[in-house]
Design a protein around this ligand. Structure first.
Ligand code: NAD
Length: 260
């Protein structure tokens, strides 16, 4: 379905981004992986995807908190792959602390990676998409784009911000064949959440199992983690002909969390 297209997926060396990259590769898209990984890790992932799906796979180790590094990554995608037809803004980190103790450096990091990086990649990719008359921009937001939780000031602010950015880009691309949507997962068991479980267990004096059941999945009525495969399937749908009228949608995939 996606032969001849290139998908740049930020933060795709693990977790949700890797799940999306695999799902798009399975549909025949060439893939540019991105993330903070060693050369050996990046090479292993590139081989895994190209061997499994028979597509071309590139990698950028750009630190996406740095606009100049983002420009370098976008230049590489333009030169070596003819630009991104599909852009998945997914890289993100979390920090959990009461606002009065929230480290300023963590606030700055989360806003620049979880929000500003998507602005930079989008502003650099959208002209090429408009010229081709086809483009898909998918932002990995979160249930925290719609509701808040305590101790996550920067993350919730950035995710609400990305929901707004998604709607603006959807309007600007609408008449040029470009679609922009946000996927809002509830809890997905990835390295990001593993770290959060450990931090929360320490902060609240609970076991990790108690944190999973009573803190994380307490808000998720299905009591099941969302899977990276399910999110990959949603990304594929958004790139399919059936998804062509999806534009500016803030799509909850949270087991009913935000229905409450
Ligand atoms: P993860 O920790 O598994 O992956 C994060 C990715 O981002 C990795 O590839 C990492 O190398 C990359 N990255 C981190 N800092 C970077 C930087 N400075 N520059 C470039 N790349 C960087 O996390 P995940 O759980 O897969 O999260 C991916 C996205 O999904 C994030 O935006 C997160 O907010 C969102 N999300 C996660 C969950 C969840 O429960 N895991 C739920 C909702 C939304």
């Amino acid at each position: 379905m996606l032969q001849g297209k290139t998908a740049l997926v930020t933060g795709s060396t693990s977790g949700i981004g890797l799940g999306i990259a695999k799902a798009l590769a399975k549909q025949g898209a060439d893939i540019v992986l991105s993330g903070l990984a060693s050369d050996a890790e990046a090479d292993a992932l590139k081989s895994e995807l190209s061997d499994s799906f028979g597509v071309r796979v590139g990698f950028s180790g750009a630190n996406l908190t740095d606009p100049d590094a983002i420009e370098g990554m976008m230049g590489y995608v333009a030169r070596d792959f003819g630009g991104a037809d599909i852009l998945v803004n997914n890289a993100g980190v979390q920090h959990v602390a009461p606002i009065e103790d929230f480290p300023v450096s963590r606030w700055d990091l989360i806003i620049s990676l979880n929000l500003s990086a998507a602005f930079h990649t989008t502003r650099m990719a959208i002209s090429g998409m408009k010229e081709k008359g086809w483009g898909r921009i998918i932002n990995t937001a979160s249930a925290h784009a719609l509701v808040a939780s305590p101790y996550k000031a920067a993350y919730v602010a950035a995710k609400h911000g990305i929901a707004g950015l998604t709607k603006v880009v959807a309007l600007e691309g609408a008449e040029h064949g470009v679609r922009c949507n946000a996927i809002c997962p509830g809890y997905v068991y990835t390295p990001l959440v593993e770290g959060q479980v450990a931090d929360t267990a320490k902060a609240r004096g609970m076991t990790e199992e108690e944190v999973k059941r009573d803190v994380l999945l307490a808000a998720q009525p299905t009591k099941e983690f969302v899977t990276t495969e399910q999110i990959g399937d949603m990304a594929v749908f958004l790139c399919s002909a059936g998804g062509a009228s999806m534009n500016g949608s803030i799509i909850q995939m949270d087991g009913g969390w935000t229905a409450q």
